[in-house]
Design a protein around this ligand. Sequence first.
Ligand code: GLU
Length: 406
Amino acid sequence: MARLAERTTRIAGSATMAVTATVDRLRRAGVEVLDFGAGEPDFATPDAVKAAAHTALDQDFTRYTAVSGIAELKRAIGDRYRADYGVDYADSEVIVSAGGKQALFNAALSLFGPGDEVITHAPCWPTLPEQIKLADASPVLVRTHAEDGFAIGGRAILDAITPRTRGIIINSPCNPTGALITEDDLASIADAAARQGIWVILDLCYEKLIYDAVPHNLPAVLARRCRDLTVLCGSASKAYAMTGWRCGWALAPAPVIAACGAIQSHSTSNVSSITQKAAVAALTGSQETVRAMLDEYRTRRDNLWQWLSADPRLRCRKPAGAFYMFIDVGDVLSGLEPGGFRTSTEFAQALLDESRVAVTPGEAFDAPGFIRISYATSMETLREGTERLLAFVAAHAAPIRRAAAG
Ligand code: GLU
């Protein structure tokens, strides 16, 4: 076989999607698995959204649309951000893409290239650094720490800026940590970006999943300081339980959107016409379902945290946003008898093999020693899976006494 392109040697397939694929494979083979891997809502897409898709089909709305999306949807996105954040984006400043993932990818390809450094924070969603690499730029990962709840510090990001810095990507709420960046921290980044002409990309995929009423008007912070350098990326996936529909968007200055549109015109063209009509209904209809899902996630988070606290070797804090518990299992790994598993990847594999519970190992997020539990799953599954996890740790780790003393 002839050799593959060099870029394929620089990237790895999505480690988060890999867990979903493993669970699928096992289930098809008849193995019952409790899935804490998938980062996707277990809720059904709201009825009103599904009804809009049915109507689109019935009306034969099944042809190509404009590459950047139908005007109705671009307006709905602009209106949503105006209502939620008080920022103003015209239709020419909005593009609809196949999930937040493609919106971010278009932005990376439009803005970054060889020799550029792009700063983001880690633990991070694995796709972010891989997309930077696919754009032939270099990711620079600024570490956040469990001790302070993985706070995304403005100072640490600023310290990572060099003359080659071309962009900064902030993901708040963050996947996998659930941490939020404060408006002040983002303001200091935005001021530096404005002074030095650095792009700021804000991944707002989990923007609707913030548990407490904390200030998080990040779009307004950027609009006031560096609107010309700002790209906002969002998604219908998590807020409206629409992962499979593939609908995300970017809001940015018109030349950036035009570049993203040109790239998209040669890759996927428009997002499915049916999906676009459904997304209009999601964005313009009652947001009550979003609140109801958030309330349910909060209850799950609180219960899960309570159950996990039964074993001090599973160290975690309640996340401020998103739907992931990011657990430090370092005490379990270090407290193992010889011959036990040494990494969180081995831990996750053994947990799957022995207890039939799928979690995502921290290595996926550049955070060895951690595991991520997605609690976007039913309370019943969470309860049963947590019991299995606790039993697994009790069976494999040294006694709690020793871990606490160490
Ligand atoms: N964002 C989700 C996760 O972290 C979905 C998987 C993906 O697209 O990476 O699990």
